[in-house]
Design a protein around this ligand. Structure first.
Ligand code: SF4
Length: 350
């Protein structure tokens, strides 16, 4: 009851809170994974304006969908939404599934999203457990088991399911998540104003900074990318990322990945440039300093090499586009920022 009173008073007015449409809830929960609301909200608004229902999403082209998702990161979310939308249209008569297990089987849907859609849209008794809920429950009950271990997860899941308000699971889940996001925050939680503090173990034992416990540190893979901007006055070369790797289906400048960082001299004698020179005139105009780009599990060190070629030869899996067509394509943020910077600094990109 205390939590509900708090939620009534403090909850943010967000578009997906005023609907029970499973499609809209699914889209909002997917966009908000690993994403702050302030960043995800404009994407949500653009997404549902362009794709107001599962049919329109299923009909979309991959390029258009990626353009809408551009800059949000974790692009597999968009690809999975697309595949799941086609499954709903092709195999379920376009009707969003109404039970947890079928929702959970949709491409890209995990326990969290399935529980959110099932409880909020259909009132089914499934507790949602995201990072906010983990933190709140570990602190409130003083759970010291590490939350990134199987036993820790089991304890929190059991607690969350036990606490669930079965009469009103959707409302309950949203209240708990919002409380974790706004009051029981990772650093400096608002314990002074917290309506739960009389019974909160972490607060009573001065352990809010110690809970939840995590054991594993994320291991980062370090990668070295050389992006070649092959251009003449009016055109440049792009390639589409394929394969099972980051940024799949986005566009980039031709890429060479190297096992370690190369010096300027090593770049100038790299076989990729030698091959270009063999095809005709290729003038290296600029080699940038390395840009560091951080992803959750990877650190990308990228350098951009601008090469002028009067006669561009795209080669396999690449295409030549007019410079004025640059904005039509969806790029990883790293590439987008580089291209934008070139335009801002007046290097005759368009
Ligand atoms: S008292 Fe502090 S740590 Fe405990 S639930 Fe409230 S905000 Fe979280």
């Amino acid at each position: 009851m205390r939590l509900y009173n708090w939620y009534h008073e403090h909850r943010r007015d967000l578009p997906w809170r005023s609907t029970s449409d499973p499609y809209l809830i699914w889209i909002s929960e997917t966009i908000l994974q690993q994403t702050r609301i302030v960043q995800g909200l404009p994407y949500y608004n653009r997404f549902v304006e362009r794709y107001p229902d599962v049919q329109s999403l299923a009909r979309s082209s991959s390029d258009e969908l990626m353009k809408i998702w551009e800059g949000l990161g974790y692009y597999s979310r968009a690809r999975n939404l697309h595949i799941a939308a086609k499954t709903i249209v092709d195999e379920m008569n376009g009707e969003f599934p109404r039970d947890y297990d079928t929702i959970r089987r949709l491409r890209g849907v995990g326990d969290y999203t399935a529980a959110a859609v099932a409880s909020i849209a259909f009132g089914l008794p499934y507790a949602v457990i995201d990072g906010n809920v983990f933190r709140l429950l570990c602190r409130y009950f003083g759970i010291e088991e590490a939350v990134d271990t199987a036993p820790g997860k089991r304890i929190v899941h059991a607690k969350a399911q036990e606490l669930l308000d079965r009469e009103n699971p959707g409302f309950h889940n949203q209240a708990v998540m919002e409380f974790g996001a706004l009051c029981c925050i990772p650093k400096n939680p608002g314990c002074g104003q917290c309506p739960l503090h009389p019974h909160c173990v972490a607060w009573r034992h001065d352990m809010t900074g110690l809970l939840p416990v995590k054991t594993r540190k994320v291991k980062r893979r370090i990668r070295h990318f050389l992006f070649f901007l092959l251009e003449n006055e009016t055109h440049l070369i792009l390639e589409r990322r394929n394969g099972n790797d980051i940024w799949k289906n986005l566009y980039q400048l031709p890429l060479v990945e190297t096992p370690q960082a190369l010096t300027r001299e090593e770049i100038l004698t790299h076989p990729f440039l030698c091959e270009l020179a063999g095809q005709g005139q290729a003038i290296v105009m600029e080699i940038t300093s390395p840009y560091r780009h951080e992803l959750t599990h990877q650190q990308i060190n990228a350098r951009f090499i601008r090469v002028f070629q009067e006669n561009l030869a795209p080669g396999e899996n690449r295409m030549e586009i007019k410079k004025k067509e640059i904005p039509k394509f969806a790029y990883p943020v790293l590439i987008r920022n580089f291209l934008d910077k070139l335009q801002i600094t007046g290097r005759e990109m368009i």
